[in-house]
Write a protein that binds this ligand. Structure first.
Ligand code: IPD
Ligand code: CA
Ligand code: CA
Length: 276
């Protein structure tokens, strides 16, 4: 199946999943629990992952899948030549709390490159798509990342891991960004943060996440003209497009400067400079 046809399939599956997500929240007919100690998961996460998996299997039997709830084993990243990467609900905490930043994220990668991505936000009525080398769209209209050149005017999105003991080192980055940029947003969906960079609402996004959180949004942002990279070198053997550690995605003009700032923060070099 051609990438364009795969994208159409992924969009129709994401929209069907989105309808079910909206319906489940209206009816409040789901239960919640915690996995790995601190990570919230609902029945709907599992149900949507199952729905997407069944739909993909029906149209493209036997193709490899990495998905957060049903098939989270990242070993497939090194073993499969091609695979679907699925986050059934990105923004589960938002979903459970009645907030609107919630998305279905589906990407397909082959030969180490993400070829297509869809991020569908059912409560926001926005469907972001991209095809490798061909551009990025929101509800069918071409989108473009910001060409901002001044960090002080840059609104930056990020997120924090569920594990509380992993958060303190990130506070140094936060301090740095608050000092040098316009402000920070923590909207609770990495996929949508990336799409917000793609359409110029956010000037930049940085975080460490899992492949399903960012695969589709990463392609969407890059195809919209954002620069997408990692703060530190990636290990060999894992495709960079699917390696989620220390991501930085931004308008191209500020990428280098923001990267330097974040690395300096990690090295504890940054000092809060203004006594205001
Ligand atoms: C989470 C969201 C959040 C990010 C977390 C992710 P989930 O995904 O993308 O913005 O900060 O790291 O785990 O759990 O809602 O699918
Ligand atoms: Ca996610
Ligand atoms: Ca999820």
């Amino acid at each position: 199946m051609l990438p364009q046809q795969r994208l159409e399939l992924a969009v129709s599956i994401a929209k069907e999943a989105g309808e079910r997500i909206v319906d489940a929240r209206c009816r409040q007919d789901f239960s919640q629990r915690y996995k790995n100690g601190q990570e919230l998961v609902t029945d709907v996460d599992l149900e949507i992952d199952t729905l997407i998996s069944k739909r993909l299997e029906a149209s493209l039997p036997g193709e490899s899948r990495l998905s957060e709830e049903l098939a989270p084993d990242k070993a497939v990243l090194t073993s499969a030549d091609a695979l679907w990467v699925v986050d059934p609900i990105d923004g589960t905490v938002n979903f459970a709390h009645g907030l609107h930043h919630v998305a279905v994220s589906i990407a397909w990668a082959s030969e180490g490159k993400t070829r297509l991505g869809v991020v569908h936000a059912p409560f926001l009525g926005e469907t972001f798509t991209a095809l490798y080398g061909q551009g990025a769209w929101c509800n069918g209209k071409s989108i473009h990342a910001s060409r901002i050149t001044n960090l002080q005017h840059c609104l930056v999105g990020t997120g924090f891991p569920y594990r509380r003991d992993s958060r303190p080192p990130l506070l140094r980055r936060l301090t740095t960004v608050l000092e040098h940029c316009q402000d920070i947003r923590r909207n609770g969906s990495a996929a949508l943060d990336l799409c917000d960079v793609a359409c110029g609402r956010l000037g930049a996004y940085y975080e460490t996440v899992s492949p399903w959180d960012f695969a589709a949004g990463w392609l969407i942002a890059r195809e919209a003209g954002a620069r997408a990279g990692h703060l530190y070198p990636c290990p060999e053997g894992i495709p960079e497009d699917l390696y989620g550690e220390n991501l930085l995605v931004s308008g191209p003009e500020i990428f280098a400067e923001l990267g330097d700032l974040l690395r300096a923060a990690d090295a504890n070099e940054f000092q809060w400079s203004r006594a205001e």
